[in-house]
Design a protein around this ligand. Sequence first.
Ligand SMILES: NC(=O)c1ccc[n+]([C@@H]2O[C@H](COP(=O)([O-])OP(=O)(O)OC[C@H]3O[C@@H](n4cnc5c(N)ncnc54)[C@H](OP(=O)(O)O)[C@@H]3O)[C@@H](O)[C@H]2O)c1
Length: 109
Amino acid sequence: MTPIICVQNMYNLANRQDDALVDRLAQQQIAYVPFFPLGGFSPLQSTRLSEVATSLNATPMQVALAWLLRRSPNILLILGPSSPEHLQENLASARLTLTDEIMAKLNGI
Ligand SMILES: NC(=O)c1ccc[n+]([C@@H]2O[C@H](COP(=O)([O-])OP(=O)(O)OC[C@H]3O[C@@H](n4cnc5c(N)ncnc54)[C@H](OP(=O)(O)O)[C@@H]3O)[C@@H](O)[C@H]2O)c1
């Protein structure tokens, strides 16, 4: 009925039901905005995520966001932090580089 330019749905490191959709939208150059990118009301918690974060001198939330940015080029993050500290922390995640090895580790969560 109308051109679609962006899809928003729940998606994060631990909720990946939209994996195939994210890839299909990327092929069609359609943006994907994950809601609850940090888990929403139940922020993400994982031993593996914490281990990776420690190894990168980052926080688990930063790694979860960096994972989303690295996951697919059509992913657009619109976050909802309620403090300037969280905002700064979240912005810094864009500078984190996740290697293929780290991505593989995180994909196992
Ligand atoms: N389309 C839809 O149906 C739908 C549904 C839900 C949400 N959304 C949208 O999706 C976006 C994200 O949603 P959301 O904010 O609810 O989910 P979220 O980003 O996954 O989670 C927000 C939670 O993460 C915490 N948080 C944020 N940054 C953090 C950090 N650096 N360290 C530790 N905790 C941190 C927040 O705490 P603080 O408050 O303390 O920062 C809050 O408790 C928003 O724009 C929202 O409007 C859309």
